[in-house]
Unconditional design. Structure first.
Length: 417
């Protein structure tokens, strides 16, 4: 029986596996490394995060993005976006060097087992682990507006459904959304010759500013420090102190989750959008239906209603991480998980869910640990903290604290003591 089964081999899963192996745990990690980055983001995209905020995490910080880039004669420099392809290759390099060998099979079911869990793979093999870390990324949580659901994938898709956009060359495409995924997707479509427009619910687009220089006068740094989520003290708190963030009252965390770091485009994509993409602001899609030519969208604006004909709709409308979308968990396991007001499972101080031994990582934990969990930058805090929690759980056994979160927070840490 393994000490830890890590389900998912993206930035969070690989980082957790690296820390677990270094801690001497018998760990098995499943998934195709960097699969969502390799298979669900179009060629030509760039990372929105700064290079120094895009590291996967190993305990000694040896296998950083800047080290990988330097080995290929490229400088990972502040204020210069990193191409998606380079980041993906970096993740594969990290997997080869900093993590235990990855079993590329997909885990299709996690179920309770005496003393731990059963993990069943796509080919029917069942493995046993005392603990499990789910690092399934964002793909299980794709969110498509209700008005578009039910239409054929030939007519409506999500922005994460495309490894490339070649099928849309010369076609009419409407992108829905006002964030980076929508705006960069639209720019790529326009640059390859598609007829493209963006429908945005808000009355204006928001753009991130060019980041301030890395080296600057101390008083400027004191006023707006750099952080993994951008300059400013709020962003610094969200990105650098997620453990303290989790101590905020739940209503405060819910408000921040709904408003912080809202939809915005990166500064480096702005000119590409403004020069080549039609942007329709204040448009809410209320209904959609298939036509002989593609899709007819009904929209509402402050001025009334309207219609729009297009061949294909790409919904760049983000992700909604809830317990009910964790379909690989057996029903009797999933339904026992305590959830917060947003439907996401609650997690304790070390990312353990209300079911002892089941740990969660990534977007699904953003309600508890803040906006950093929506970005690669959160993997470092998560990996170290979660593995300490796994060691604690292995020492205390499956009968541990159960749902008594408050008592658990007051207990001494046997790993540190």
């Amino acid at each position: 029986m393994y000490d830890l089964l890590v389900v998912g081999a993206g930035p969070y899963g690989l980082s957790i596996a690296s820390h677990a192996a270094a801690a001497g745990l018998n760990v098995r990690v499943f998934g195709r490394p960097m699969a969502s980055w390799r298979d669900h983001m179009p060629r030509g995209m760039f990372l929105k995060s700064e290079p120094w905020a895009s590291n996967l995490s190993d305990p000694e910080a040896r296998w950083r993005l800047d080290v990988y880039c330097a080995g290929r004669g490229v400088e990972a420099r502040h204020g210069r976006p990193i191409p998606l392809d380079m980041f993906t290759e970096y993740g594969l390099w990290f997997a080869r060097n900093a993590a235990p060998p990855v079993d590329e099979r997909t885990v299709t079911r996690i179920a309770p087992h005496t003393g731990g869990f059963d993990a069943t793979t796509e080919d029917g093999e069942t493995l046993h682990g005392r603990t499990v870390a789910l690092a399934v990324g964002v793909l299980p949580f794709v969110e498509i507006p209700s008005a578009l659901r039910g239409l054929s994938p030939d007519l409506v898709s999500h922005s994460s459904h495309h490894a490339d956009l070649d099928r849309f060359r010369g076609r009419d495409v409407t992108v829905i959304g006002g964030g980076q995924a929508a705006l960069e997707t639209a720019a790529l479509l326009a640059e390859q010759g598609s007829r493209v427009r963006v429908l945005v619910r808000a009355e204006e687009l928001y753009w991130n500013e060019v980041p301030p220089p890395w080296e600057r006068p101390w008083w400027q740094s004191a006023r707006a420090p750099h952080s993994g989520l951008g300059p400013g003290w709020r962003n610094w708190f969200y990105s650098e102190r997620p453990g303290l963030y989790r101590r905020l009252a739940e209503p405060t965390r819910a408000r921040i989750a709904a408003t912080a770091l809202g939809p915005a485009g990166a500064w480096w994509v702005r000119e590409r959008v403004e020069s080549g993409v039609e942007v329709l602001l204040g448009r809410e899609v209320t209904a959609a239906r298939a036509t002989a030519a593609g899709v007819r969208l009904d929209t509402e604006t402050r001025g009334g209603v309207g219609t729009l004909e297009t061949e294909h709709v790409i919904a760049a409308t983000g992700f909604r991480a809830t317990r009910d979308r964790l379909g690989l968990l057996a029903d009797d396991l999933r339904t026992t998980l305590v959830t917060g007001a947003d439907g996401a499972p609650e997690v304790g101080r070390d990312f353990e869910s209300s079911y002892p031994g089941l740990f969660l990582a990534g977007l699904i934990t953003a309600a508890g640990f803040g906006p950093a969990m929506r970005f690669v930058h959160g993997a470092g805090f998560t990996a170290g903290t979660l593995v300490r929690g796994v060691r604690r759980r292995l020492r205390s056994g499956p009968a541990g604290w159960g749902l008594d979160t408050d008592r658990r927070e007051q207990a001494p840490d046997p790993v540190r003591s």
